[in-house]
Design a protein around this ligand. Sequence first.
Ligand code: FUB
Length: 454
Amino acid sequence: MTSLKRATAGLLSLLCAAVLLPGADARADNPIVQTIYTADPAPLVHNGRVYLYTGHDEDGSTYFTMREWRVYSSADMANWTDHGSPMSLATFSWASADAWAGHVIARNGRFYWYVPVKNRATGRMAIGVGVADSPTGPFRDALGRPLVENGEIDPAAFLDDDGQAYLYWGNPNLWYVRLNPDMISFSGGPTQIPLTAAGFGARSGNPSRPTLYEEAPWVFKRNGMYYNVFAAECCSEFIAYSTAPGPTGPWTYRGTVMPRQGASFTNHAGVIDFNGGSYFFYHNGALPGGSGYTRSVAVEKFSYRADGTIPTMSMTTAGPPQIAPLDPYVRQEAETIAWSSGVETEVSAEGGMNVGFIENGDHIKVKGVAFGGGATSFSARVASGTSGGRIELRLGGPSGTTVGTCTVPATGGWQTWTTVTCPVSGATGTQDLYLRFAGGSGYLLNLNWWQFHS
Ligand code: FUB
């Protein structure tokens, strides 16, 4: 059992001790991921989904101990599907450590993931680029060497309307290069963006860092205005932004997007428009065991003001409203989760990911499930290397009304899969579905996918 799993299980016990107050679990759809610690969100909108690229803080980290990156996706901004880790330090044979904050951009049907890693040969931070044909990878090293290296971090790419792409990065400075159309080379050399008080706000008490700019630039264009949302001051960091009439400036400091909050001394922003709404991604230390080195990615919905300025936002546990209900009558991956307690995910022998390491009392919340006139049965793809357990189908909360119970037998192995089906009654309308797991001690079962039938 990982320390995070122990911590979330501990949180569940506390909730149980509070007799599972109505809504106790429903309060929280932030942070987005509960199965591991995630950091440095980089959202990408592609084909009607939001792909969320993150770093992975190892359990119990006391430094930025990060060895891989992770991908999640959502069509409704409430339920997120875990796509695992399609890129890691091992992808870059020349990298020795520090799988830190990256950014993915799509171009020409490919996906380019710019990441800072430590170059084994020089001992300095360098920017590598992974490339894939799918937003969920697998990603391979596009170059076999760094794209650019000057000891600084936090790359963010931006593709302007005229087809010119840029890569920004830097801590303590702020740099850019003009990327070539192949996205894996650039023209000219790295150029420094002047860090002036007018452009990035004045910092006091640190002569070597006279402006608020710290790290984590996120550059985008909206209604003709260029934005650079960045991590400001340290430590703790807050999120601030500047605007400019062009991609290289001149920048004007605009103020705070998110104040210092949330038990992590860093923060790191990603901003998108999706399905008519605007979303601000960030990280904090909100999960049990959370800290500046065990962080979690979260998201808020917001509206730009009429003049294009960004309002100041606070971290919430509620997260954004769900865009559309989830269809339970098509196969849903078990790792599509609004909130979970106690479970973990792993690579499945059947492809993709499955939920595993499930113990008695663990649960998965799936938000806003449209049962309509009523479900009559439930099927689940399951495996168990022990003697199995039960999947209780509950509505409204982990101790809500039970509308069905599926018994999972021993299957002879954790990746030896079978499909079980059980009757369902009373599941109508749109409800939050809780898959609650029950059985004896130890790990009970693995779950790959599920589907209701009407
Ligand atoms: O996650 C490692 C580093 O912490 C990132 O590169 C920075 O942006 C900060 O979030």
